[in-house]
Write a protein that binds this ligand. Structure first.
Ligand code: SF4
Ligand code: SF4
Length: 342
C-alpha cells in the first residue's frame, strides 16, 4: 500500500527564479558574494592589503552593477514596491525586496560594509576626495574661497540643467532626482564655512530618507543619482543629480553620503545594531589630538577617540592610525566572560 502524506506547502515556487531566469537572480547572488568578500576583507585583513581588497571589491561591484547587469539597485524604493506587490505577485515582490534584505542583513550582522566597500556611488564620491584634499592643502582661507567659487558656479549650472531637463508634465515627480541634487549643493553653502555644524547637518539625511520613502509610498516614482548608473535607460534627471553628487564631493568630502543619501541614512541607523564597530583602544587622555585619523576619515566620523557610528562607512582607513580597530562586541563579551570565570 502506498503511504500517502498530505503536505501543505506555503511556498509553491522557488523564491529565487534561478532555474528559469538566472539573469534576474544574478544581481542578488552577486550582491551576496560581494558582501561576503567585503566582510572577509574588512575583518580578516589588515593595513594596505585590506585597502587593496576594498578597492578591488568597489571596482568589481561597479563592473557588476553598472556595466554588466542593468538591474536597479534602489533598495529603498524596491522595498516599498515589494511591499505593494506582496500577495499579488510574491515572486516579483521578493525580487524587489531581496536587495534591501541582503543589504540590511549584512549591515545588522557585519556593519555598514555596503557603503564603504560596494556602493558604486560611494566609490565615485570617494574618488573625488583627491580634489577636496588638494584644496585643504591650499590653507583654510583659500580652500574656503575656492569652495565658494566652485559651489556658486556648480549651483548655477546644476539648477540650469535641472530646469532644462524638466519634463512638461509632473515637474516634481519626474524631476525629483535633479531637485535632490540642487538641494545638496544648497546644503553645502551651510556646510562649507562652519565645520562645527557638520554633525547637525548630517541629520538632514534622515529627513531625506523619510521624504524619499514618503514619496515612494504615495506613488511618486522617485529616481535618484543611482538610476543613471544602474538602470537601463537614460534618465536625464538622474544624470543631473549624479553630476551634483560628484561635484559636491569635490567641495566637501563625500557630501552626498554624509548629508543626503536616504539609503546611507537607513543603513547608518541599522549599523548601530551590528556587533562589529570601529573602536579606539586609547583612552581620551592618551589621545594627543594630532588629527591624523580625522584627515583620513572620508566621512568626518571621528572626534578624537570617539566614533560617530551612524556615519562610519567601515572603510577601515582610520585603522592605520593610532588605536582604531574593528571590534566584535560579541567576541569581546565572550572573552571578558572567560576572564571572569578564570
Ligand atoms: S551613503 Fe548612499 S551613496 Fe554613499 S555609499 Fe552609502 S548608499 Fe552609497
Ligand atoms: S571612522 Fe574609520 S572606518 Fe569609519 S568612515 Fe572613518 S576612516 Fe572609515
Amino acid at each position: 500500500m502506498e503511504l500517502y502524506m498530505p503536505l501543505w506547502k506555503i511556498v509553491k515556487r522557488p523564491l529565487l527564479p534561478i532555474r528559469d531566469s538566472w539573469q534576474d537572480a544574478m544581481p542578488l547572488v552577486l550582491l551576496f558574494v560581494l558582501m561576503s568578500v567585503a566582510a572577509w576583507g574588512a575583518y580578516r585583513l589588515q593595513g594596505s592589503k585590506r585597502q587593496w581588497v576594498r578597492r578591488g571589491t568597489q571596482v568589481a561591484a561597479a563592473l557588476v552593477f553598472v556595466v554588466f547587469l542593468h538591474r536597479c539597485l534602489c533598495a529603498l524604493r524596491g522595498w516599498v514596491f515589494g511591499l505593494e506587490l506582496m500577495g499579488r505577485n510574491n515572486l516579483i515582490a521578493f525580487a524587489h525586496m531581496a536587495i534591501f534584505i541582503i543589504v540590511m542583513a549584512f549591515t545588522i550582522g557585519m556593519g555598514r560594509l555596503f557603503c564603504g566597500w560596494l556602493c558604486p556611488l560611494g566609490a565615485a564620491s570617494e574618488a573625488m576626495r583627491w580634489i577636496t584634499r588638494w584644496r585643504e592643502r591650499l590653507g583654510k582661507r583659500r580652500a574656503l574661497i575656492s569652495g565658494y567659487l566652485m559651489l556658486a558656479g556648480l549651483l548655477i549650472l546644476i539648477a540650469w540643467l535641472a530646469w532644462m531637463v524638466a519634463p512638461d508634465t509632473g515637474f516634481f515627480a519626474e524631476n525629483v532626482a535633479a531637485l535632490w541634487g540642487v538641494g545638496l549643493l544648497v546644503l553645502l553653502f551651510f556646510a562649507l564655512p562652519r565645520a562645527e555644524d557638520d554633525a547637525r547637518l548630517k541629520r538632514v539625511k534622515y529627513v531625506s530618507a523619510i521624504g524619499w520613502l514618503g514619496l515612494s509610498v504615495i506613488g511618486v516614482f522617485v529616481t535618484n543619482p543611482w538610476c543613471v548608473l544602474m538602470g537601463d535607460e537614460l534618465d536625464y534627471s538622474s544624470m543631473v543629480s549624479i553630476l551634483a553628487v560628484l561635484s559636491g564631493g569635490m567641495i566637501v568630502s563625500m557630501a552626498w553620503c554624509r548629508y543626503l543619501c536616504p539609503l546611507g541614512a537607513t543603513v547608518g541607523l541599522l549599523a548601530l545594531l551590528s556587533p562589529i564597530k570601529i573602536r579606539n583602544s586609547l583612552s581620551p587622555e592618551q589621545c594627543t589630538d594630532c588629527g591624523q585619523c580625522r584627515q583620513v576619515c572620508p566621512m568626518n566620523a571621528l572626534d578624537r577617540t570617539q566614533v560617530d557610528h551612524t556615519s562610519c562607512i567601515y572603510c577601515g582607513q582610520c585603522t592605520n592610525t593610532c588605536g582604531f580597530h574593528f571590534e566584535n562586541e560579541l567576541a569581546r563579551g565572550e572573552s571578558e566572560a572567560e576572564v571572569g570565570e578564570t
